[in-house]
Design a binder for this molecule. Structure first.
Ligand code: IPM
Ligand code: MN
Length: 354
């Protein structure tokens, strides 16, 4: 199979972790005799510095003509405390989501046996937790009408959703639940928000079409609590953009392995695969960052964008082997630790030799 990939390393540790994932991608494509072509593109703070735009038009064209996008991370502290910065790296991410129509952000929450002791939760609560958060990504308050009035002293952001936007994300939620444990939790704030009432209305209309799936409704504040109290009760959770932003951070941290979790953003055009963690600027260039979340994002890329399940699995097996054998970076090492580049080499070699 011919695989055309756009590679967007971004800022901070982005370039070094993406480099490791690319080692693994190359090893896998070689092993399975695929034809790989890839091209690098600029995004984030580095793109602002170089061309004044965090998601330049030629990067968008590259993404559009590729079959999948492998993304590192964006963000640079020099923008964080300047609310008046005219362009911000995050705008690049939002522009990419909107222009590629990436309406679904999929974040699997899985635990790793060897890291359970790092979870902020007691082992018995979190051991075996395995669910997927599906966050709507191109609607809601992130993209609604916003502005200032009253001479700048009143600010507003509007949370708008259309029936079509809600239907397509719920449909994806039902598809995931159908392939998993047949439970869909729709998270909203229908006791207060009109937009949430539309979500619930649409979900209630759709639920009878999926008789083998149990649809459950939960207010977002309660969901925030249940994620910590009973994480094992969730299978697939679906929610709007901002609730999903908050809940997915919460959900990822209960596993004790934020640095290990991948994600996929899918929708109308090319899908994007990226680690959940950010650009970790303090570690940039030090060869210490954990590349596993990006390597697992590459596994998701094989599975979701190319439907190459065996290729995805071999990456997952290689990652598991690196953890069992202790070839890991300092953040999760028990004794001896290895550099970012060494972990990348080890996992790529494991793939080649297996
Ligand atoms: C995320 C991030 C982004 C978001 C930021 C960087 C714009 O927090 O991907 O979750 O809020 O969506
Ligand atoms: Mn976030």
């Amino acid at each position: 199979m011919k695989l055309n990939i756009a590679v967007l390393p971004g800022d901070g540790i982005g370039p070094e972790i993406v480099e490791q994932a690319m080692k693994v991608v190359k090893a896998v494509t070689k092993k399975f005799n695929h034809e790989l072509s890839y091209e690098y593109g600029l995004t984030g703070a580095i793109a602002i510095d170089e061309v004044g735009d965090p998601y330049p038009e030629n990067t968008h064209e590259l993404c559009m003509k590729s079959d999948a996008v492998l993304f590192g991370a964006i963000g640079d502290p020099k923008f964080d405390n300047n609310p008046k910065a005219p362009v911000r790296p995050e705008q690049g991410l939002l522009a990419m989501r909107k222009k590629l129509g990436l309406y679904a952000n999929i974040r699997p929450v899985e635990t790793f046996e060897s890291l359970l002791h790092k979870s902020p939760l007691r082992r018995e609560l979190v051991e075996g937790a395995d669910f997927v958060c599906i966050r709507e990504l191109t609607g809601g308050i992130y993209f609604g009408e916003k502005g200032r009035k009253d001479g700048g002293n009143t600010a507003f952001d509007t949370n708008t959703y259309t029936r079509e936007e809600i239907e397509r994300i719920l449909k994806l939620g039902y598809e995931f639940a159908g392939k998993r444990n047949k439970k869909l939790t729709v998270v909203d704030k229908a006791n207060v928000l009109e937009s949430s009432r539309l979500w619930r209305e649409v979900a209630q209309e759709m639920a009878p079409n999926y008789p083998d799936i149990k649809t459950e409704y939960m207010f977002v504040d309660n969901a925030a609590m249940q994620i910590i109290q009973w994480p094992k009760n969730f299978d697939v959770m679906v929610t709007e953009n901002m609730f999903g932003d908050i809940l997915t951070d919460e959900a990822s941290v209960i596993t004790g392995s934020l640095g290990l979790l991948p994600s996929a953003s899918m929708g109308i055009h090319t899908s994007v695969f990226e680690p959940i963690h950010g650009s970790y600027p303090q570690a940039a260039g030090k060869d210490i960052a954990n590349p596993i979340a990006t390597i697992l994002s590459a596994a998701m890329m094989f599975e979701y964008a190319f439907n190459l399940m065996e290729e995805g699995k071999i990456i997952r097996d290689a990652v598991a082997a690196s953890m069992t054998e202790g070839y890991v970076t300092v953040d999760i090492a028990e004794g001896e630790s290895f550099k970012t580049s060494q972990v990348g080499d080890w996992i790529a070699e494991w793939v080649e030799k297996s």
